[in-house]
Structure formats: C-alpha cells, structure tokens
Design a protein around this ligand. Structure first.
Ligand code: MN
Length: 424
C-alpha cells in the first residue's frame, strides 16, 4: 500500500486548483438546476469491481511482454488491487477467477481486509484445461457431447459457488468458450440443449441470495459459431434458468457498430440485465482500456443506466474486464475506473425531464443536444473531489508514480516469464 504522507503531499499540490475548479463547476451546474454535491455524492458511492487477472500484464495470442513486479499469486494481486482502490476510491471490490486465484477462504478474507477490499462475482473457467484434469475442454465444456465432461464443468462451477460463499461473494459469472470452428461440426440445437441442461444443474446449486450472470460473446475462441453468441441467446438462457439468472454485457463482445446501449435498455426493460464487463474496442474483443476508444458510447450506456435508476430490483454488477498489454496494469485500472465514473457523472447531468419532453415531442435535435450537453461537461472536478474527500488521490497516476510502488514490488517479485501468449 502507499503511505498516506505521499498521497497527502501530492494532494497538497492540487487542492487549491481543484477547489477553484469545483466551485466554478458548481456555479455553472447551479445555473442548470443541478446541485454539484448531489452528483459528487452519487459518484462517491459508485464503485466498479476490478478483475484479479487485470493486475497482471495481458497479451495477445501471439505474445505477452510482462512488465516488472508482476503479481505472483492472488495475494500479490490483492495488494495491487488495494492500491487501485486506495488512490481512486472507485474500485472497492475484486472479482476472483477460479482456479487461478484458489486459496483458503480465511487467508483471502484476511488479506482483503488488510488492503480494504471486498469480493465481487466469482468467475469460473472451463475454457482451458488445468493440470491433471480428467476430461479435456478442447471440444467444449458445459455443452460438450460427452456427459462426463459436462459433469466435470458443472462440478467446477459448483465449486466456484462454494468458494465464493466462503468469502462473501453473491454471484457467479459463467463465460464459456464452447462453439465450433467448422460449419457442420456441431448441431446447434443439440449443443444448446446440452448447455441449458448443464446450466440448470449449476443454477440449482445457487444459494437463495446469489445470482448467476451468463456472458455472451460473438466469437473466439470458436471462430465459426459460439454457443452463447449474443444477447438474444443470453436472454433465452436467463429466461430458461429462472429469476436468479441474468445477462452480463461485456462491451467488447459484440460486432463493431452494434448498438450496445439499446441492448442494455432491452435487458433492463425485461429485468434481465445482470451487469457489465467494461472495456473498449476498435475492431473486435480488443479488451482495450475502458473509454479509450469511444467514450461517447460508454456515456450512452450510462445514460440508460441512469434512466433506470431506482427501478425495483435494479442492481447491476459493474466490473472492468480488459487486458493491459503495454501499460502498467495498475495505472490502466485506475484510469479506467475513473472513466467509468466519468460516464456515470456525465449521464447524471442530463436533464431527464427535458429529454423526455423532447422525445415525446419528436424533437430529435433537442433530444440529442441534451445528451451532448451532459457528455460535453468536464466533470473531472467532481471525480477528483470525490476521491479527495474519500482519502484518495486527486491525481491517482501522478501519485502512484511518485510513490515508486512498482519499483518496490519489482524488487521482491521475481521477473515473470514472457513465454506463452494469450490471456493472463
Ligand atoms: Mn468479460
């Protein structure tokens, strides 16, 4: 963790300017009928979970170029996630991935408490084989043609629930790589039937206060067809399984130009939006940093979420899911969490009554102008003040760099191998 005096010293450099900017923005928003402190309080209460695998350097299927001081295990990962939370106050929980993060529950809880974190949704992994595994997932997991392979995949998901129960998690996220690479390779209908049957067994193992999130993805690793390929199939799954089943929207898991915010609206309308994996993309499932390519789209997603705020039972889970290939992962996670908060704050500034009036009156130009007015407002003083008042850093990246954290952990964590490509 970073020593408080370093954060204080960095904040000291900025607080006067921040206060002036905050006051000026407050005056401006006041003229728009918006109370800046109300927005600040909402932003301060908003958190996005970080994935445990996000603190390691990612890679592509070609290669991985590890940075210095990479986390060796879940406890190092929790240290790094703790720093992200310490400086941004926007990432209060971590999402674990099993088996990568397997450890005794008591140890995980103790470490989480030490670094000021909680645990978010559990993530199962049936997209790769683990050492000593009886049945291979080469040709699928929950939808495999072989009943024993499916049973093994179900068992793994039930184990994830059990581990999650020990550390206070309340949700299981299931993403499978199942699909096919050749036309004719799989019978679409039978394959989906097998998947649904297996997921019913996972669903039956959910505690009463748990939810299961299924995540759709258009393609990859299967390049011809994917079992859970889009939000339509995802919605069918949630419907088939029951009230504890919800759809998870990973922003990168759609074809380019798909209207994701509209998918979000549909899932909200029918009570099946489970949550998000935030990231950004230019071409496909690029796993780029959230808000780095198309911040307006992120804003439009949040516009739908703010529109739905207060709807009974509407509590979507928010998590970052991105691959940091060329940056320090902690810096990327901090900036990305801030980008998510920014989109939320901007969406909060939209004059909803005026927007509804413009929509009802078919005033297309005014409706879109009202959205742009929210998006164009520089809300950085609100985000920075929320961080500052919560004990975080006004400038998280500068403070992180000033702390020398990466060099310190690099001195005790051996250099990771760059061999092998792919995911963290
Ligand atoms: Mn994802």
């Amino acid at each position: 963790m970073i020593e408080k005096h370093i954060i204080d010293a960095e904040n000291e450099k900025h607080i006067k300017g921040l206060q002036a900017d905050f006051d000026a923005l407050g005056e401006h928003l006041d003229r728009r009928g918006i109370n800046i402190d109300t927005v600040r309080a909402k932003v301060a209460a908003y958190g996005v979970a970080v994935p445990s695998w996000g603190v390691g350097t990612g890679g592509t299927r070609f290669a991985r170029f590890p940075g210095g001081g990479e986390p060796r295990h879940i406890f190092d990962k929790l240290d790094d996630c703790g720093v992200t939370q310490q400086l941004t106050r926007a990432t209060p929980s971590v999402s674990l991935h099993i088996p990568w993060d397997k450890a005794p529950a008591a140890d995980l809880l103790a470490k989480a408490e030490e670094v000021g974190l909680g645990f978010d949704a559990m993530n199962s992994n049936t997209f790769q084989d683990q050492p000593g595994q009886a049945h291979s997932y080469k040709f699928g997991s929950l939808s495999h043609t072989d009943p024993a392979t499916r049973a093994q995949a179900v068992e793994h998901n039930l184990e994830c629930i059990e581990i999650g129960q020990g550390i206070g998690s309340k949700a299981l996220t299931v993403w499978i790589g199942d699909g096919s690479n050749f036309p004719g390779q799989s019978n679409f209908t039978k394959q989906f039937e097998r998947y649904l049957d297996a997921m019913r067994q996972v669903y039956a193992g959910l505690p009463d206060d748990w939810r299961v999130f299924t995540e759709h993805k258009m393609y990859e690793p299967a390049f011809y067809s994917t079992v859970v390929q889009d939000w339509g199939t995802n919605y069918l799954i949630a419907q088939e399984l029951g009230p504890k089943a919800y759809c998870l929207v990973d922003l990168g898991h759609h074809a380019p130009n798909v209207n994701i915010e509209m998918i979000v609206a549909r899932l909200i309308q029918f009570g099946k939006l489970g949550g998000f994996h935030f990231n950004d993309s230019k071409y496909g499932d690029d796993d780029l940093d959230t808000g780095s390519i198309d911040p307006y789209r992120l804003f439009l997603v949040f516009n739908e979420l703010v529109e739905a705020e207060g709807k009974p039972g509407f509590t979507p889970a928010h998590m970052l899911d991105q691959s940091h290939n060329v940056t320090d992962p902690i810096e990327s996670l901090m900036v990305s969490a801030t980008e998510v908060q920014r989109a939320y704050a901007q969406a909060l500034l939209v004059d909803r009554a005026a927007l509804h009036g413009a929509q009802d009156g078919n005033d297309a130009l005014m409706a879109t102008t009202l959205l742009k007015r929210g998006f164009r407002t520089d809300v950085e003083p609100i985000l920075a003040m929320a961080r500052y008042l919560a004990g975080g850093a006004i400038d998280p990246v500068a403070t992180y760099r000033a702390s020398g954290y990466r060099a310190q952990v690099a001195a005790v964590r051996p250099k990771a191998s760059g061999a092998g490509g792919g995911i963290v």
